[in-house]
Design a protein around this ligand. Structure first.
Ligand code: F0G
Length: 419
């Protein structure tokens, strides 16, 4: 199977431009990468992955940020706003409380627009330019729309975003708006928005930059590469486990691909690949359901609800890439309640790190798996926090303390403090 960790490096087809091509993960059909716009396989509608004639290892990486990993990407450079190179924070109090050997927080909220989506867009918008398309579009729970708007405007292109009405955090809409996207508020959930935007893209109305687009996931591989390099520098070992929130399962797929390619290139031993561990909100957990049932396909959830609106998704389109990633690495998936998410958000904030609710799901999931004994006390773990606190100011304010009204003089303030 092409998605196995021990798969051989694929044969280069005749139509590969500069050693890059697209391959269907279902039927193996190959396509030239930049001749035509295509998101899925012409033959069987399966998901596509980018393939390379030559794969790099750690020695080939140089520079800073996403483009440090250019040898693992389809181009040497992209439409860039200095994305990547995010902090890998130590969190000593959380580490002790969870009770594991090491816990680090990879805070993707420290990207230019405040989420990991920037890593995918720097590559995706570059590809859009190569293809010569006019308008860029996405469906979004918010962060993708903010990143698309910023990178699209940076690249001088028009952007169109479809958002589920009433279910997108304020910071994200403000970003999409100021960066100049045309914003359509759809009477339906994220999955309905994605259905529509896929239809629009299929009719040639726009170039799709959701994570169904295989090039976006190439940029997101760099999260995994940075985590490995960070752990190798600090512990001389890769992490035992990476815990991440799951929506469309793009990151799960991208990290798995990064590790598979390093194994194929001889830069990483199979036993050193971190266990990919996905976390969903209880009200939107089709991936967890599939992992628990040992199913090869997910069941689409029509009704989804969670305070973590970024991952309010019932039909994770990348499941065919992500399920093998979780299974082949020996990982798992777990669902957490909104209360557990908010508690984790507060505790991460207690270490000085501000994240949005979906991001805190990673720590909430780790806690749960530790309590169940699935995560051992000897493990070194990286939790991915995917978006910044300021993305969702309402959720942050609701989870935090209430401002207290006081009079406008020192005496009044002192009296209030002593009450
Ligand atoms: N965390 C945050 C903050 C997100 O915005 C998303 C996805 C995820 C996690 C899930 O990542 O899809 O790779 O599993 N947000 C998308 C959006 C859907 O439109 O912004 P995934």
């Amino acid at each position: 199977m092409s998605l196995s960790l021990s798969a051989d490096q694929p044969e280069r087809p005749a139509d590969a431009d500069d050693g890059v091509w697209l391959e269907c993960i279902e039927c193996g059909e190959t396509f030239a990468p930049f001749d035509d716009v295509r998101y899925t396989c012409d033959e069987c509608d399966g998901l596509l992955e980018v393939r390379y004639a030559e794969l790099p290892t750690f020695d080939d990486f140089e520079g800073h940020g996403v483009w440090r990993y250019a040898d693992a990407l389809p181009f040497e450079s992209g439409v860039s706003i200095q994305e990547g190179a995010t902090p890998l924070y130590e969190v000593p109090r959380l580490e002790e409380e969870v009770g594991i050997e090491a816990l680090r927080i990879k805070h993707e909220g420290m990207n230019p627009t405040g989420s990991f989506k920037d890593r995918g867009m720097t590559v995706g918008v570059r590809v859009a330019k190569e293809l010569g398309v006019g308008r860029l579009a996405c469906a979004s729970t918010g962060n993708t729309s903010a990143a698309l708007a910023a990178y699209g405007s940076r690249g001088g292109m028009q952007t169109l975003v479809l958002l589920p009405a009433g279910k997108v955090a304020a910071g994200k809409i403000a970003q999409a708006s100021l960066h100049g996207a045309r914003i359509l508020e759809v009477d339906g959930n994220f999955d309905a928005c994605l259905d529509i935007v896929q239809d629009l893209a299929g009719q040639g109305e726009a170039y799709l930059l959701n994570s169904l687009n295989p090039f976006r996931l190439e940029g997101q591989k760099t999260i995994g590469l940075e985590i490995l390099e960070g752990f190798l520098a600090d512990y001389d070992a890769t992490p035992d486990r990476i815990v991440l929130p799951v929506g469309n399962a793009g990151n799960t797929s991208a990290l798995y691909k990064a590790f598979r390619e390093l194994v194929q290139a001889g830069g990483l031993a199979e036993e050193d690949v971190p266990k990919l561990t996905g976390v969903q909100a209880e009200g939107a957990a089709p991936m967890v359901e599939a992992i628990e049932n040992g199913a090869d396909e997910i069941r689409r959830w029509e009704d989804v609800e969670t305070r973590a609106t970024a991952i309010r998704i019932g039909n994770p389109v990348n499941a065919p890439k992500a399920l093998p990633g979780i299974r082949e690495t020996g990982g798992t998936a777990v669902a957490v309640s909104d209360e557990e998410i908010t508690e984790a958000q507060r505790d991460i904030a207690g270490e000085g790190i501000g994240v949005e609710p979906a991001s805190a799901a990673s720590v909430a999931g780790l806690r749960k798996l530790r309590a169940e004994g699935i995560v051992g006390d000897d493990e070194r773990v990286a939790c991915l926090t995917t978006g910044h606190l300021l993305k969702d100011p309402d959720a942050a304010a609701a989870a935090g303390s209430e401002p207290e009204p006081v009079p406008g003089d020192t005496r009044g303030v002192l009296e209030h403090l002593r009450e």
